[in-house]
Design a binder for this molecule. Structure first.
Ligand SMILES: Nc1ncnc2c1ncn2[C@@H]1O[C@H](COP(=O)(O)OP(=O)(O)OP(=O)(O)O)[C@@H](O)[C@H]1O
Length: 277
């Protein structure tokens, strides 16, 4: 069980304004995620989801506020040593998958090696990284937790997309983070791999790690998610408990098209209202 100060929110974004090049891509974006909440940040293409992740990892910085209130606080603090922050927030994103594969062109790394990069908050292993036996054992244990022990010695660029995704989730979990952030976790997975991936994420959430899923796929909202943030054009359209925010009306607003929210045994999905123009 993790030791946490349950009074301190995991994340607070207060009227965040952010630019990419000269374009304003976050415009007064506010939200809060408390400890023990599992959250989906949902929005259409271009809503600002990748921007949110870049702000979270300090790859991008928000504009300072007029009154010096910190626009972003993570675990109650507005200043972090990035490598320390990355150990407390495990992230899995398509960009990371791409970057690790790209780096592998310059060297061969197996599943264990990819997981070990999580200890160094890096995308590849360098000669100066001193890898301990305990790190190797922890990497193997974390892979086994994801039913991926058999991938420890397999080269990363010889894995299927589903296998690589599991290894990246293990990489994100190897430092026992408080929070796991998943950017469109089931993209490019076949239906079986997708269901398995969602089941592992459910297990992780049930074991006490806060999960944040950033996505435009309603289907990725696992039952454990109890907090929803709807994002469009860099602004918060709505946020709060799932039963209040995940409605046909609010989703129609966020996606800019009339639609109906449906639910079956597998979870939520949407149907477009074809009568609407
Ligand atoms: N480097 C950039 N320079 C200028 N504008 C950018 C840049 N990158 C993204 N944007 C713009 O910022 C806005 C938010 O983009 P972002 O990638 O965060 O959205 P997203 O929700 O992740 O989209 P998707 O679901 O398509 O990945 C978009 O309008 C996009 O065109």
């Amino acid at each position: 069980m993790k030791h946490r100060d349950e009074q301190v929110p995991i994340l607070e974004f207060n009227n965040v304004i952010a630019y990419r090049n000269d374009t304003k891509v976050m415009d007064q974006f506010s939200m809060r995620i408390d400890q023990l909440q599992h959250t989906a940040i949902l929005g259409p293409n271009g809503a600002g989801k990748s921007t949110f992740i870049q702000l979270l990892t300090h790859q991008l910085h928000p504009l300072a506020t007029d009154d010096d209130t910190p626009p972003i606080r993570v675990f109650g603090k507005d200043h972090w040593v990035v490598s320390e922050l990355r150990k407390r927030i495990g992230i899995v994103s398509p960009e990371m998958e791409y970057e690790i594969l790209h780096n592998l062109k310059h060297g061969r790394t197996n599943g264990r090696g990819v997981v070990i990069t999580g200890f160094f908050s890096s995308m590849q292993l360098f000669a100066h990284h001193s890898i301990t036996d305990e790190m190797k054992r922890k990497a193997d244990r974390t892979l086994e937790m994801m039913d991926a022990g058999y991938l420890a010695d397999r080269m990363f660029n010889r894995m299927s997309t589903g296998e690589a995704r599991r290894v990246l989730i293990a990489r994100a979990l190897v430092t026992d983070p408080d929070v796991l952030v998943l950017d469109e976790p089931t993209t490019a997975l076949d239906p079986v791999a997708r269901e398995k991936c969602l089941q592992w994420i459910r297990n992780i959430a049930q074991q006490g790690t806060s999960v944040i899923i950033v996505t435009h796929h309603i289907e990725e909202i696992i039952p454990e998610i109890n907090n929803i943030v709807l994002l469009r054009d860099g602004k918060t359209i709505a946020s709060g408990p799932k039963d209040k925010v995940l409605t046909s009306k609010k989703l129609s607003t966020v996606y800019g098209h009339p639609l109906r929210l449906k639910e079956n045994n597998n979870g939520h999905y949407i149907e477009l209202n074809q009568d609407a123009s």
